[in-house]
Design a protein around this ligand. Structure first.
Ligand code: N01
Length: 537
């Protein structure tokens, strides 16, 4: 154990989701004293808050877990290909109990501010109720999608029915039976809720502003035979995911639509991807869906045809067909999503040309239509990447707020360090690879652990990153995004990964599209070169 050098703790972690829990274990191993503040009443982070009906992963179980010790593969078994919210939270609870980490976590505590002092070289972390705690290292593990967009509708105050936000789902049973229900939002969240409540609601009305390309998830129960197989191949699967661009155990197809050219052969490949389910459709079919608009249109039209084949009413089918290039928005995985629109009690309302507001009895569109509801569910998305870090008052020694810095230009080093904010390590904030987060955060926290060990061993008190290294990394993030065809179409489609879903948010790509291996070798290069880009004090 090292001395806390005048601070209450060596480390303060904010957030007890995947990355916070992973960080607690890492710093505990180093022997540093640690405290974790968590706004929720239990562990889970996004898997605590998003307990709405139908919530489950879009990543396959075998790559969606904490995996910092080999024994962990035998410690907890998922039961479905895409684990449910309850199972994922159960996994995190299990890890916390198994490694005795709960003692470090203070629940029901939201952080208001974090202020660095140059003279003391400590961070002061203050909760919303005004209590302050100090630390040497500040690790905000606040999540890439943790600040939900609150309903912006002025009429909400006058609405007299029940209403819920998917990302702040109440921890009590909600009764949908016999009710007239509206869902606003058709992203990954809405796509999971809609088919779950359609069979029980008296009437379900879906308000859609922009349609999504919804992939068939094809969930199934993992049987004993497959479970044995998953365990046997666990290490190979993880190594595969760590070296895959998206942090998934998927194979690069090594072929392009342009190269194959024959429409029948192209269709066969897309059929196989569609049958495999989920993200296999784009990651294992053709390499040029992200980079060639003509190739992308082949896949886009393929999905539109699938929508038309499922949805019986042609007008509804056309409204559900996106017109922007596939992958301009992050495609959701659905389970009987399009089928829900064939139910007589489900109605789709196109609000692409309208704005909506609430009134006493329900929802009113700007073209004057009125719909009465007993319940409204908002699934409006998140202020992604920078949202949680900008919500807190994170201030450096010069009094500069992180959010003000980023309002001008989003710059980090590897999504971990921000110049002028010493001893602060971001986890799963902006600029990390766009991919499967449990793999990304594992690499990131390992690197942070290595850096902290280096500092402790060499009695280094302070780490900052050189401006030059930050400029290079941030340019690399922009360059990687330009290499895809998504730039303009993602903005037009209001994709959250460019911040276009939040009014007034600066125009920045929030994630790294160059892949997990390129990013991790960038970080590794630092540790191999004795942290050459860092300025220690
Ligand atoms: O949010 P979204 P999400 N009036 O931003 C609409 C992860 N996730 O929570 O597209 C009317 O995708 C908005 O319309 P538009 C996953 O990475 C994962 O669904 O802006 N509508 C859109 O339809 C995912 O991509 C999982 O025109 C309004 C919807 O609300 C990410 O989280 C599950 C509106 C928001 O869609 C975000 O998904 C869930 C307004 N004023 C989430 N404002 C799994 O892994 C917004 N909308 C399973």
């Amino acid at each position: 154990m090292t001395s806390t050098k005048g601070a209450d703790y060596d480390v303060i972690v904010v957030g007890a989701g995947f990355s916070g829990i992973r960080s607690l274990w890492e710093v505990d191993q180093i022997g540093l004293s640690v405290k974790c503040f968590e706004a929720g009443s239990d562990v889970g982070g996004t898997w605590y808050w998003n307990s709405y009906p139908g919530a489950r992963t879009d990543s396959e179980a075998w790559v969606y877990r904490l995996n910092f010790l080999p024994e962990m593969k035998d410690e907890f078994n998922y039961h479905e290909r895409y684990p449910s919210q309850q199972e994922v939270q159960g996994h995190l609870k299990h890890v916390v109990e198994h490694f005795n980490l709960r003692k470090y976590i203070q629940f029901d505590t939201r952080i208001n501010s974090a202020q660095y002092s140059e003279s003391q070289n400590i961070w002061t972390i203050t909760t919303v109720d005004g209590k302050s705690t100090t630390c040497r290292y500040f690790l905000p593990a606040t999540g890439p999608l943790s600040i939900p967009k609150d309903p912006p509708f002025a009429g909400l105050k006058s609405y007299t029915g029940e209403w819920y936000q998917a990302a702040k789902w109440p921890k009590k049973p909600i009764d949908f039976h016999g009710k007239r229900i509206a869902v606003i939002g058709t992203g990954a969240t809405g796509v999971q809720i809609i088919p779950k409540i359609a069979p029980v609601a008296k009437q379900l009305t879906v308000f859609q502003r922009t349609p999504n390309y919804v992939l068939p998830g094809r969930n199934y129960i993992i049987d004993d035979h497959q479970l044995a197989d998953i365990k046997q191949n666990h290490e190979a699967t993880w190594n595969h995911a760590r070296t895959n661009n998206s942090g998934l155990a998927m194979k690069l197809p090594g072929r392009t639509v342009q190269g194959v050219a024959d429409p029948e052969k192209i269709r066969q490949v897309l059929d196989a991807g569609w049958e495999a389910g989920g993200f296999h459709f784009h990651f294992e079919t053709f390499d040029d869906l992200f980079t060639n608009l003509d190739s992308n249109e082949v896949a886009s039209e393929y999905i539109r045809q699938k929508i038309r084949a499922v949805v019986e009413d042609p007008a509804t089918a056309e409204l559900l067909c996106p017109r922007y290039p596939y992958l301009s928005k992050r495609p959701p995985c659905g389970h009987f999503y399009y089928e829900a629109f064939n139910r007589p009690n489900v109605k789709l309302v196109d609000i692409s040309q309208d704005t909506i507001d609430l009134y006493e009895k329900g929802i009113r569109t700007s073209s004057g239509a009125e719909y009465e509801f007993d319940m409204i569910i908002f699934a409006l998305g998140f202020d992604a990447g920078t949202g949680a870090l900008s919500e807190m008052e994170v201030k450096n020694a010069q009094g500069e707020l992180l959010r003000d810095r980023w309002a001008e230009r989003l710059e980090t080093f590897g999504g971990v360090l921000v110049p002028g904010f010493p001893n602060m390590f971001l986890i799963c904030g902006p600029h990390v690879p766009f991919g499967n987060m449990p793999v990304v955060l594992d690499i990131q926290v390992q690197w942070i652990g290595k850096t902290l060990r280096h500092m402790e061993q060499h009695r280094l008190n302070k780490i900052d990153v050189s401006k030059d290294a930050v400029t290079k990394w941030s340019a690399q993030v922009e360059e990687a995004f330009k290499g895809t065809l998504l730039g303009e179409s993602a903005k037009k489609a209001k994709a959250w990964f460019v911040g276009a879903n939040i009014e007034g948010k600066a125009d920045n790509v929030l994630f790294y599209f160059g892949g997990v291996p390129a990013w991790s070798s960038w970080l590794e290069n630092e540790s191999k070169t004795d942290w050459a880009s860092m300025e220690f004090g």
